[in-house]
Write a protein that binds this ligand. Sequence first.
Ligand code: GLU
Length: 454
Amino acid sequence: MTRVRFAPSPTGMFHVGGARSALFNWALAEQSGGTFVLRIEDTDAARNRPEWTEGIISALAWIGISGDSPYFEGPYFQSAYEQAHREAAVKLLKDGRAYYCTCTRDDVKARTGSEHQGYDGYCRDRGLTEGAVRFRTPDEGVTVVDDKVRGRVEFPNAAMEDFVIVRGDGSPLFVLANVVDDMEMRITEVVRAEEHLSNTPKQQLLWEALGAQPPVWAHVPVIVNEKRQKLSKRRDKVALESYRDEGYLAEAMVNYLMLLGWGPGDDREIMPWSEMMPLFRLEDVNQSPAFFDEKKLRAFNGEYIRALPLDVFIARCDPWLDPSWDRGLFAKVAELVQTRVALLSEVTANVDFLFLEEPVFDQASWDKAMKPGAAEILSGYAERLESVSWDPESLKVALEEVGTAHGLKLGKAQAPVRVSITGRTVGLPLFESIAVLGRERSLDRLRATLAKLS
Ligand code: GLU
């Protein structure tokens, strides 16, 4: 029975790399009818905050990973199992696999002459009964980590110091707590970020020393920005929540994240979860860093938006529209909006002109459109709008004629009209917009611009 886990530490915003690891695990659980355990590794009390835990849980739910699914178990909180972590250390002490140590960093430095030297084993056989607890690593041989992504990785034991598993104050370290929890939770596959590969030989030794069969390991590649630098929260936009809040669709995000380091083996890219999930194999995950390309993600999102049935698109736009805006009016332009936006957050600026008393004028658009001659176009068009037949085609022909009378092509003649109607030089098709806005409101807007220009 496959039991995987996702074990984030709530020390900041939820990173897209974490989301990618979670999805890989989620795919393994779902394709096998197994279990995905969410374990919040909250033992570092100084760095954890409850709102970050809530952020993780809600961001996971956004990408479809939640207790609503039969594969989901948890969340468990690592801090609740400290007793079990300590008991494991006691067992290792009893079995002679660990020992107490009272050396300070300065002691080790004084003996070895270097700050960078590992622990020298001074307390190994002193038979102390208190202090920090160190794991006794083998002196010779190698520890082999068979990693599903990295292959066979060998770690010479001589280079591995006797590492601390419980601090002098009795608090267990990550390396131990993480193993004990994985054992207690009967985890069969540990799929996590590459940065933990260096912990793995130690953890594998702990599994063996505690008398258990280590899990299958898989360390997934780092995610980098366009400069090939590891994505960092100080430099890059890494929070999954910020993508959600910018109007990315969860299904596009899931699709894109799954392709960071994995692919279905052909050149398909746009694939819903239901098609990707059964194809996912750890063996097919790349070792090389995965480039997080926001432009590509945006393009994915546009495709997902355009593929939505119109009524679903309308429903998904709802949170982006002011509650006071007339939904019936929005429905009249929704199809035009759907073909134009890549993010749901872009919907607002495309349609606000319909709902506001006066459009939001963008200064740069205004300056560009209101060149000499603009007033003549606006007054000529206003005159035509009073009586023209009210459909996009007639509205267009009328402006063409006004333009021709002033020696302007339609493109040029449109600019002042568009800015008067919508406030901006770019947006929905102009004549459809005027048609939906209606005769009186359109005329009012042209006249208001004329008043400003004179
Ligand atoms: N809590 C660790 C982290 O957030 C995860 C460790 C693991 O997945 O084993 O990096």
